[in-house]
Design a protein around this ligand. Structure first.
Ligand code: SF4
Length: 72
């Protein structure tokens, strides 16, 4: 097994400014109201630094990277 990471958004906290989608358009797009729609697949390793930055830069700490063990 190896660690996988997924992005999750707290829809209560999120204020829909869309910064995360600007930082990581490969995995996050915005709906018609500006709220993020996150790709539920595991974050590819090469995108992990950008995903981490999206987590850190969210002004209301509404997005997180969750680690999970996935069988190969
Ligand atoms: S940066 Fe944070 S507050 Fe802004 S849309 Fe993304 S999750 Fe929501």
């Amino acid at each position: 097994m190896s660690p996988q990471h997924r992005l999750v958004v707290d829809r209560i906290k999120c204020d829909g400014r869309g910064l995360c989608a600007e930082l990581l358009p490969e995995l996050i797009r915005l709906d018609d109201w500006g709220y993020p729609i996150v790709n539920s697949e595991s974050v590819p390793v090469h995108l992990l630094p950008l995903a981490q930055r999206a987590v850190e830069d969210c002004p209301v700490l509404a997005i997180a990277l969750r680690r999970s063990q996935v069988k190969k």
